[in-house]
Write a protein that binds this ligand. Sequence first.
Ligand code: XMP
Length: 485
Amino acid sequence: MFADKLNEIREALTFDDVLLTPMRSPVDPVEIDVSSLVSRHIRVKTPVVSSPMDTVTEADMAIAMARNGGIGIIHRNLTANAQSQMISKVKREESIKIRNVHTIEPETSIADAREIMRSKNIAGMPVISNDKLVGIVTRRDIEFVGEGKKFVSEIMIKDVIYARDEIDIEDAKQVLYKNRIEKLPLIDSNGRVVGLITAKDIITRKNFPSASRDEEGQLLVGAAIGPFDIERAITLEKAGADLIVIDTAHAHNEKVMNAIKKLRKAVTVDLIGGNIATKEAAEDLIALEVDGIRVGIGPGSICTTRVIAGVGVPQITAISDVAEVAIKHGVPVIADGGVRFSGDIVKAIAAGADTVMLGSLLAGTDESPGTEMIMNGRKYKSYRGMGSMGVMRTGISDRYGKISSTKYVAEGIEGAVPYRGKIEDVLFQLVGGMKSGMGYVGAPNIDTLRKKGKFIKITANGLRENHPHDVRIVSEPPNYQMYQV
Ligand code: XMP
């Protein structure tokens, strides 16, 4: 019985154990399409998701990720209220037509109007009287107000230019341009203000043509919840989250699966279940009608699960096992953890993933919430596991097995990663590397890479050969040097 356990033992592989073989290729890397599904209903142009960790994804990261074609998942180590405010911030950052427009009345004092604009960070408001549009007031009118003026009615522009809500964006652009105005209120057939188009939004859209947006033109964003937090899930859905990630270290736990069943009934947005690493777990999660699966038990840079618990599955094997099941049901797979180079993303997708989730590669960017520090003359940003002592003591402690109510057994460490500049530049390098890999394999898109990519297993000597060797590096390119800690 015990001897058989070892006789039947299976070999499992991770990123450094394999390479993809180059293949005859009709593909020009410039024309490669890397768009992919994060979940059943959410497609992104860049197959990268930022991890729900408190040193990785808050509103700024989610905005930057979505603008650059990926998506961010806001972490859950904060109150449901604070988390939903972050979701709202991302959703309001851009839109084609702003809904829930902030309006003001002519009788409002200029001092109050100034305060509203400041606190809500808006540059102009339609003025409404008896439900009808009677003017518009901008920050400029309010800041440069003449002596003796007290009320909005005295400074608002009265012959306000507006349009019907049905106007399309091209016509709206013409109206804004011809009239040299920044804001166009939209009204319904009863003359009520139901939307607003701004020149700023139109310009931003042009600057980020590959952004991940919903049909209202708002940036896509996800949020993490603990499996037993149905109320939080409902709050986040109301705040506008496009998908919800059920954030546990072991989703193939019966209590967690029962909770997922309840969550499924409580919200209608896409639900991503995880983490898991086996075929059996994939079957069980898919039976609970999740819309996506997050794969990875212990591959993360800050994880100690494998050494503390002795459990895990090397990531390339975990991805391919789960994807084998998921593809039959049309459920997208997120490969979560352990990605250090763009080549790892290509390998993860060839093993069956639809997208990858990144922590350490994004934690060092300007947009992450981590703290900056200098060590040995070099700039770093803090990065810590969500199962680290620091997180468990001050916040969530249900992600990793909570064994006692007073003491914690950590499954992650607290550390720092090199400062890496802007998300935009990091993603540019990652996507560039992916496209190069897809060119070698002859894959014009993600689906072909998943189906066509062929692995070979390498030895320790092969791995040594992979990296620069036998030279002293004097100038490192950004996509290599930036990952060296
Ligand atoms: P990378 O390698 O991108 O991994 O830094 C990020 C992923 O690691 C997972 N994670 C943890 N795993 N203990 C763990 O075992 C932890 O404390 C921990 N914190 C995060 C998580 O899946 C994340 O996306």
